[in-house]
Design a protein around this ligand. Structure first.
Ligand code: ZN
Length: 386
């Protein structure tokens, strides 16, 4: 197989890739613009169909569209790409600051997170196929509600379902500003604890009251004791509320906790610890319940398989004369959690190298679009090495 031809095809597609990117970026596609999310999915679906993919739109009325593009090739390495069509920028953002290239950077809402990544995946596949590469089976699954952690759709189930049995998965979140890919991510949970006490006038009948606020204060101290530098597990009570007047003993208090863990074992331990603290009454007479005491994002563990895929990619970057491909660990979550969870060797942040996701300054380095496509193509062509 002529690797040079693949690299050339990709290089020659640069203008077309930026034109397609401009089209995607200039579609508002936040949660308040579900039509825009559908338009992004359909643009990608049409593109993939022209490359011989079977394209399926996964829809529920009034909810963000998902698109599944699949190009069967029995017996060949199964390569999956995943991404999201939604951005965090509300309707009207495109009118204010549409796609633009200034100097060596591309700007616009969602340009790095992650429309640049979506275009990278598509044009990597296009370059490979146009050069005659026939040794991969490709799957590309894009959801429409990643930025809100999938409140509207069955995207999580789909990521798990379609990742099962794949050889590798590339999550197209933006590469870090130094080009690093992400080889591990923390998992997260966000339980809500509710405490009940007994209200009473703080001046005339303080002995009749039982303070939910005091109970919550004890619980918060216990929760913060669970922070563990060795394991990397973090607990943060980011929101607390309780009572409504200074002269009334509070009969209700609640707090919302952000928990981050590096391993599934730590996740299970954290859930049990929260349950124990909920069931303990530090102030006799109070009672407590907990909601959402479960992992909302599984940790993406840095397994030996993840390391070997990263090492292959690093080697290919060197052979291409690119800067050294770095790896990084992130406390933030992404959908790579689900593909890794079902045992598929995954890497995250495979999109062009960018910065400022979720801000007006968001950009990526234009040169990194072709670089990433060439790097992914070469990695895909040498998957038999891992
Ligand atoms: Zn993203």
């Amino acid at each position: 197989m002529n690797e040079k031809l693949v690299l050339e095809k990709i290089k020659n597609s640069e203008n077309a890739a930026f034109a397609f990117l401009e089209q995607l970026v200039n579609l508002d596609s936040a949660d308040d613009a579900k039509g825009g999310i559908a338009d992004v999915c359909h643009s990608i679906g049409d593109f993939a169909a022209a490359l011989g993919f079977c394209v399926e739109y996964i829809t529920t009325p009034d909810q963000p569209t998902q698109v599944l593009c699949h190009r069967p090739n029995a017996g060949k390495k199964k390569v999956m790409f995943i991404g999201h069509a939604d951005t965090v920028f509300p309707k009207g953002t495109v009118a204010k600051r549409p796609f633009k290239i200034v100097g060596d950077k591309a700007y616009g809402p969602g340009v790095a997170d992650m429309k640049g990544g979506l275009v990278t995946a598509l044009f990597t596949i296009k370059g490979l196929l146009e050069a005659g590469w026939d040794e991969s089976e490709f799957t590309f699954l894009i959801c429409g509600d990643e930025e809100l952690s999938h409140p509207h759709t069955n995207a999580v189930e789909n990521f798990k379902k379609y990742a099962l049995g794949q050889d590798v998965c590339f999550c197209m979140e933006p590469g870090r500003e130094n080009g690093a890919v992400v080889t591990g991510r923390k998992g997260a949970a966000r339980p809500l604890i509710k405490v009940k006490g007994i209200a009473s006038h703080a001046g005339t009948a303080p002995e009749k009251g039982i303070s939910a606020n005091l109970e919550l204060a004890y619980k918060i101290i216990e929760l913060h004791k669970l922070n563990n530098k060795t394991t990397g597990t973090t607990f943060n009570v980011g929101v607390m509320k309780g009572g409504f007047m200074a002269n009334i003993i509070s009969d209700y208090a609640e707090c919302e906790i952000d928990i981050r863990v590096k391993t599934i074992a730590e996740a299970e331990k954290a859930i049990k610890d929260v349950q124990r603290i909920v069931e303990t009454s530090y102030v006799p007479g109070t009672s407590s319940t907990v909601e959402a005491n479960k992992i909302s994002f599984m940790p993406f563990e840095t397994t030996p398989q993840v390391k070997s895929l990263y090492n292959l990619m690093k080697k290919e970057a060197k052979l291409l004369g690119q800067e050294e491909l770095k790896e990084t660990y992130s406390g933030g979550c992404s959908d790579v959690a689900w593909t890794a969870m079902v045992g598929t060797t995954s890497l995250c942040a495979c999109g062009p190298k960018g910065f400022g996701a979720h801000t007006e300054e968001e950009y990526f380095y234009t040169a990194s679009l072709v670089e990433r496509m060439q790097l992914l193509a070469m990695t895909i062509m040498h998957l038999q090495q891992i």
